[in-house]
Design a protein. Sequence first.
Length: 564
Amino acid sequence: MQDKAENTDVSEVKHFIQEIVENDIKSGKYQGRVHTRFPPEPNGYLHIGHAKSICLNFGLAAKYGGLTNLRFDDTNPVKEDTEYVDSIKEDVKWLGFSWDDREYYASDYFEQLYKYAIKLIEKDKAYVCDLSQEEMATYRGTVNQAGKDSPYRSRSVSENVDLFHRMKNGEFADGSRVLRAKIDMASPNMLLRDPILYRILHAEHHRTGNEWCIYPMYDFAHGQCDSIEKITHSVCTLEFEVHRPLYDWFVKELEIYAPQQIEFARLNLTYTMMSKRKLLELVKGSFVNGWDDPRMPTICGLRRRGFTPESLRNFAEKVGIARRDNIIDISLLEFCLREDLNKKALRVMSVMDPIKVTIINYPDNQVEWMDAVNNPEDELAGIRKVPFSKELYIERDDFMEVPSKKYFRLSPGSEVRLRYAYFIKCEEVIKDATGNIIELKCTYDVATKGGNAPDGRKVKGTIHWVSKAQALQAEVRLYDRLFLKENPEDCADGADYKSNLNPDSLKVQSCFVEPSVKAAEKLDKFQFERVGYFSVDYDSKPNSLVFNRIVTLKDSWSKIVAKE
């Protein structure tokens, strides 16, 4: 949860929003208060770009002893649902932040917003317009051509008040009338050309039911909600910079408390799609398996894949806050994840592509339990017991019948160390009728228990293994980047971003894993030694384990790019 202790490290490099906040505190603006808000629309699932905004808004308040509100901008009942509200609250909590009792909704203020609209009408700053959407677009003009006044712009104040009241009472059909601000149809800022404040929507709202049939537009509700809640620093992404003059106009004409809007660059990530609309297309088109598909950049998808909240918070910190848009390499996100998992994830041994090893001089029915380190980065993690027996599995890649010069793993006549166990030597290679290797006959050196030879001889290769009799068979889902190109929108003529989907973004196979994971619970995380980091999936059951690969041990994509 957020800490409210002020950071006094004067050597810290501050981003520009921190500088603004600190200057405001010094000058006594807002009486030294810092009050931010995270204002999602409950019409979809949050993604990693929202995670950056969550960390910024809650982090600013925590740093300067302030408060943060969670406010849902629920002004469009057609697209909103309590499912999204619940998922957003879960995501914010999972990231480690608390809004305490400050959970608000734009719908809490529908009555006050209606009164604000009436005030604008009474000041002759708003009017009811009967133009259709197509007509309104024509009247608005273009960037290079001024718009022209609506023929309904000259309605009297009394007529507008009456019509708006009747709109509220449900006398008119959807789309037949809107309430517009009366600003300037020749303004170079298109948003100031008499923007719509209210539209008619006969739709049931997830909180207010059928109480209202007119709903405020986002631009009208957002800034006024900030004002009602006495927000000090209204932090938003750069696309809202052009909206700021409109927010300022509302505050001036309504003569209400004025929050300070500050824009920052949104998060753009390579190999990632951030558009809500396009993510919805991927879900509805079954290109992915739902919003929490581990390939999705949604917070619920990242959580299911095995990301930790600490890694996302650290990523947000490293990315920083900029004034202008830039693109962040996804490798930085993966670095932050590896850095966190390396400290926390328990180590286990698994075999993805098994080849059987029979130790011919080992007793037939004997089982030894070897000491294995749970996490060398964590002294308190302790050790686990790993079974060792006559029949084992090793990775097929860890044996080469005709080894290359720099191949130091197992080969005929050579010795290799089995991690935590013994030195073994390959004595015989068994093949099937088609020439495929199906078994290796090996001997072990009983004196090398624990992986060291008392005579001082060295081996260059150490490989992992599992005992055949005790190993658990599990399903592993090998997730990779969802898109092939850094910019998924970089498409050939006539194609769209879906043409860049990675056909190998998910591979499913079975593996054998040591029995210590039998009691693992959903979202428990492990490092499969020499393979990667894995997390227990929601689909996993006690006798049918399912693991998601969170990330590889190293950035394999950088090697691919280098080869190209």
